[in-house]
Ligand binder design. Structure first.
Ligand code: ADP
Ligand code: MG
Length: 616
């Protein structure tokens, strides 16, 4: 008989020994060396450290030492620091509501001490030397040390072999430890960080300006290929950077979210970000982003997760929408308007680390961390390109006052320039290539535009934003366009009259095999209406029910835009090309077509010179 099925013998109910409680708790807090690093660095930051040194041995499995120059712990309190639920950070329930420190559960050190050898040495400003406490032996003795605290953790999980077995290789654990420090470093540029592994320096980040730290930690490539996020709703502020769709990665490894300075993994926020990229990113690609959410303490509960990586918002819809809006706004600034720094240029070297702030949101002076306000600077570039931007941008910087002279002539000159693009980000059209590309010259060099892809995006954005392609935008055709239709197409036209009208189309059956397009959206004037009608009918029959159609509206508009966009092999005149370039500069998200492909590329003078070995 199977032993497992036998009723177990009754055992007496007992209180668990403290050590065992700690070990169970440790299971939640300490998953791997990186969790220890995170907790110890949290504590150092809470102690007001300005410099934090992390020394790792054997991937952090053999040893982790974290040294700080914070305010230290007085000798009498050293043993308390190791006790469960002992904390200096909250004393009352009210405190719980407004915690601004990194941690307050008072169990990290106790948990770590229960699964590893732990010693702590600390000195406050009032004392002449440090005191060192060995958690295992309880021995307390003087030790040499400057003001601050060192915590040494050795042989993680030595007493819980099952858990030690679950650790990965040293190099994997080391990578996780480094990532833990990176997360802190990104949110606290005012603090210096050093990481050493087996005596070798792995990372060294000096205290610096926020954008410098982003470049130090995530690389100047990320800085160059991302846009500032800034949204200030008073109780809720968002800041950070959103990577351009072209810089998206195959892995989700460059996605950092902070709530009130604390790194979190939050599905809601991640979803909001994802939604913002929906229109511009290829399916499987992962955007890179760094997002700081600063929210009034009473609107968020940070105490729901033992390792503090999850939070709960009072109003999740508000957060989701704000994140989506802020990231969308960041991405919507046409790159063509930011100083023309092309992909791959070193933005730091070019002094263009921060591209213009989104037009829809004022720079929030968003917060990088509790102590470190980050002001995302709106560069002068915006004003510089004023002629191609909507009226919100001031013209005065770019166009010196004509005095009391002829404002009219000034406007005319502006219009002429606007048209020719002599000074515009995407430059002046010089030729059409292979029936598919526009070549243009701008201040940086050569611009190559994929005609169809660019126009498609422009038409799509127009359809979306002006609610063109809606009933009010219907334009009757003088001569209805007739076409031979399939039974399926005729059935769809008959059953989806309303949906078609909402999209600006009037398609009526003329016979059992013929459909007539009697009106089309004005925004698509001049397109092949029959192809448009067929495309939309196909979409409608695919999405079927009207709920699904409403949800798929953007996709249907995208189909329509594709039909409305200029086809390859159409010869464009120079003024038509220039008009398209100017349209791109005015259009949100013009850097990608609806399918996420780039619409234009810059080849700089330097690259051209390089091709011909000039200046060698
Ligand atoms: P918590 O951080 O949740 O309070 P911990 O177990 O992490 O709990 O730490 C317990 C207490 O030890 C802290 O509240 C703090 O007073 C003290 N402490 C821990 N690390 C440091 C440090 N690096 N510098 C100064 N005090 C520290
Ligand atoms: Mg702590």
């Amino acid at each position: 008989m199977n032993a497992v099925l036998q009723p177990a013998a009754r055992r007496a109910i007992r209180e668990l020994p403290g050590e065992l409680i700690s070990q169970i708790a440790a299971g939640e807090v300490v998953e791997r060396p990186a969790s220890v690093v995170r907790e110890l660095v949290d504590n150092a930051l809470d102690a007001g450290a300005g410099e934090i040194v992390v020394r790792l041995g054997g991937g952090g499995i053999r040893s982790i030492v974290v040294e700080d120059d914070g305010h230290g712990i007085v000798a009498e309190e050293l043993p308390l620091a190791l006790r469960r639920h002992a904390t200096s950070k909250i004393a009352s329930l009210e405190d719980l509501e407004g915690v601004v420190t990194m941690g307050f559960r008072g169990e990290a050190l106790a948990a770590i001490a229960s699964v590893a050898d732990l010693a702590l040495a600390s000195r406050t400003r009032e004392t002449a030397h440090a005191m060192r406490l060995d958690a295992r032996t309880g021995e307390l003795r003087p030790a040499p040390r400057a003001v601050g605290t060192s915590i040494e953790v050795r042989e993680l999980f030595f007493n819980t072999p099952a858990r030690r077995k679950f650790l990965k290789t040293e190099s994997t654990e080391l990578a996780h430890c480094l990532e833990a420090v990176r997360r802190h470093a990104l949110t606290r540029p005012d603090v210096g960080f050093e990481v050493w592994h087996d005596g070798r320096a792995m990372a060294q980040w000096r205290p610096c300006e926020p954008e410098r730290r982003v470049a130090d930690v995530l690389g100047s490539d990320f800085l160059a290929a991302s846009r500032p996020v800034a949204l200030d709703l008073g109780v809720l502020r968002l800041s950070g950077r959103a990577g351009t769709p072209e810089s998206a990665r195959s892995r989700a490894d460059h996605q950092y979210v902070y709530v009130n300075g604390r790194h979190v993994r939050d599905k809601l926020i991640a979803h909001g970000v994802r939604a913002a990229y929906e229109d511009v990113l290829h399916g499987g690609r992962q955007p890179a982003y760094l997002l700081f959410v600063d929210i009034a303490a009473e609107r968020v509960d940070v105490n729901v997760h033992p390792a503090k990586v999850e939070v709960r918002f009072r109003d999740s819809r508000e957060i989701h929408q704000a994140v989506r809006r802020a990231v969308e706004a960041a991405l919507a600034v046409p790159r063509a308007t930011d100083s023309g720094v092309g992909p791959g240029d070193d933005a730091l070297a070019a002094g263009a680390g921060m591209s213009p702030a989104p037009r829809t949101a004022a720079p929030a002076g968003g917060v990088f961390g509790p102590q470190q306000p980050l002001v995302l600077r709106a560069e002068e570039n915006l004003a510089h390109w004023a002629p191609t931007l909507p009226p919100s941008a001031s013209h005065t910087n770019a166009w010196p006052d004509a005095g009391d002279g002829d404002a009219h002539a000034d406007a005319a000159r502006r219009a002429a320039l606007d048209q020719s693009g002599a000074d515009a980000p995407l430059g002046q059209a010089i030729a059409q290539l292979a029936g598919a590309f526009i070549l243009a010259e701008n201040a940086q060099g050569l611009v190559i535009v994929d005609m169809h892809a660019a126009h498609e995006r422009i038409v799509y954005e127009r359809l979306k934003s002006t609610r063109a392609g809606s009933e009010t935008d219907m334009q009757p055709l003088l001569i209805p366009a007739l076409f031979a239709a399939t039974a399926q197409e005729i059935a769809t036209a008959e059953t989806q009259v309303e949906e078609l009208r909402k999209l600006g189309l009037d398609i009526a059956p003329l016979s059992a095999t013929t459909l007539a397009v009697r009106a089309q959206p004005a925004a698509l004037a001049g397109c092949d209406v029959v192809a448009l009608a067929r495309g939309v009918l196909a979409d409608l029959s695919r999405y079927g029910a009207s709920g699904a159609i409403a949800r798929a509206r953007d996709e249907i508009l995208s189909t329509m835009a594709c039909h409305g966009a200029i086809r390859a092999n159409r010869t464009l005149r120079l003024d038509e090309m220039n008009a398209l370039l100017r349209d791109m500069e005015r259009t949100e998200r013009a850097d990608q077509c609806n399918h996420g492909r780039p619409t234009w590329r810059q080849i700089t003078r330097k690259e051209l010179d390089g091709l011909f070995w000039r200046g060698r």
